[in-house]
Design a protein around this ligand. Structure first.
Ligand code: FMN
Length: 163
């Protein structure tokens, strides 16, 4: 029976919410899941697959994610693994930055090759600071919630075939 670990790093909580939504999407399809922050993962014994999520800060996938993958690479290489990121620039930001995100998983993928990668719209609580909007070319009214995202649900469901 499939049993997926969904592990995340977060600064402001939205990557955790996405982890929980991925878990819900999989549970609704009969897949057993466990959601844990990366610093609480002590064993991979029971899992048949691992989903690893972190936000983009300073146009980089959070370094904690790469550190987690490096630390556990021997085990992760024996399991199907998927990566996901959250980036606010995906809310209609400048193509220059959106295109840069395609490289966000490169070094981690060289350490452990994922079956697939998810790119999800990041959340900023409150109004995004002017400087952030200016640099990334964002509008004021970017979405404040990720729950019930069809995009994330579809991505989660295709993992059942891939992993
Ligand atoms: C300090 C900081 C830096 C960020 N840098 C970027 C960035 O370079 N590019 C981007 O698209 N989003 C950036 N964001 C937005 C986050 O990726 C987005 O808000 C995400 O949903 C945050 O995830 P978290 O709540 O799990 O920390 C940044 C957010 C913070 C707080």
């Amino acid at each position: 029976m499939k049993y997926f670990l969904i592990t995340y790093a977060t600064k402001t909580g939205s990557t955790k919410k996405v982890a929980e939504f991925i878990a819900l999407s999989l549970t609704n399809k009969g897949i057993k899941t466990n959601v844990l922050p990366m610093n609480e993962v002590t064993s991979f014994n029971d899992y048949t697959g691992v989903i690893i999520g972190a936000p983009v800060n300073g146009m980089q996938w959070l370094p904690e994610a790469k550190a987690f993958i490096t630390k556990n690479m021997d085990t992760l290489r024996t399991l199907p693994v998927a990566y996901y990121l959250l980036a606010v620039v995906l809310n209609g930001g400048r193509p220059f930055f959106v295109n840069k995100l395609s490289k966000a998983f490169d070094t981690s993928s060289q350490i452990v090759t994922p079956v697939t990668c998810g790119f999800f719209k990041g959340i900023i609580t409150g109004e995004p600071p002017f400087i952030l909007r200016l640099i990334f070319g964002l509008k004021k009214d970017i979405p404040k919630a990720i729950e019930n995202s069809k995009e994330i649900q579809d991505w989660s469901e295709q993992l059942i075939e891939l992993m």
